[in-house]
Design a binder for this molecule. Structure first.
Ligand code: CDP
Length: 240
């Protein structure tokens, strides 16, 4: 256990994971801002074998009257998996899962954006999963935040997302696809590290309350590491 864990709830975790990671280790992470010429903002995220693109259009005037909010912008998200992103070809188009992930992504990002600065407008976010390896909703939220920042949209903080969970009896950070499928529980979260506000918390599977505390602690730790990389991506694009 590294020094960084002193004083935290995390005390277990000596078993190596199938991919050789320690219990509190992220997969290799790469974040790039401004990768698409024609979007207002964009980013590309790789975490492990996940490859995710996010593009932002807007803010721009919204002409759909029933959606329009007179005093603020609305945030619309579309999460999409490419047919070639998963082992069994994914049938193109939305399905229950992608509709759910689109909705929770918008909800995770909403509290971060100063929507009141853009009345009667829409900010549209497209998330394209090019390759999936477990944790694509988190990679998508992380990518979307960088794309929003790249578009120059004012935010309280960039939202970072990371899952923790339980696999092979051990509470671990950032589940791989195998750990997600074979494991006992998955706890994806999104947060604004600057304020500490958690904007998404989902849970699949079973954890004791002690394990839940440990997993939440690990997911928050993961978000903080990811947040630093998000800031580096923006710095690399625009300088300090
Ligand atoms: O991707 P995330 O963990 O946020 O969502 P999930 O529904 O828990 O899916 C876990 C993983 O299963 C994905 O990341 C993909 O690697 C895989 N998957 C798949 O192989 N085929 C699908 N149609 C959906 C997901």
């Amino acid at each position: 256990i590294g020094d960084s864990n002193k004083g935290s709830l995390i005390t277990s975790g000596t078993k190596k994971r199938p991919d050789g990671r320690a219990f509190d280790e992220l997969r290799p992470l790469k974040i790039e801002a401004g990768v698409l010429e024609r979007a207002d903002g964009s980013s590309y995220v790789e975490i492990g074998d996940n490859k995710v693109l996010a593009a932002v259009y807007g803010p721009r005037e919204l002409h759909v009257r029933r959606l329009l909010k007179p005093n603020m912008a609305i945030l619309r998200c579309r999460y999409n998996m490419a047919p070639f992103s998963v082992e069994d070809r994914k049938r193109p188009g939305p399905d229950r899962r992608s509709v759910e992930i689109s909705k929770i992504t918008a909800e995770a990002l909403n509290p971060a954006v100063f929507l009141e600065k853009f009345p009667r407008s829409t900010i549209d976010i497209s998330i394209e999963v090019l390759q999936a390896e477990g944790g694509t909703r988190c990679a998508g939220i992380t990518a979307a935040s960088v794309a929003l920042a790249d578009a120059g949209i004012p935010m309280r903080d960039m939202v970072a997302a990371c899952a923790a969970g339980k696999a092979d009896g051990q509470v671990v950070m950032d589940l791989s696809e195998w750990e997600d499928k074979e494991g006992e529980a998955d706890l994806p979260i999104a947060m604004m590290p600057r304020t500490g506000d958690i904007t998404l918390l989902q849970m699949d599977g079973h954890l004791t309350s002690d394990e839940f505390e440990k997993a939440l602690d690990l997911a928050i730790k993961g978000c903080k590491i990811i947040s630093e990389e998000q800031k580096n991506a923006i710095k690399n694009r625009y300088g300090d």
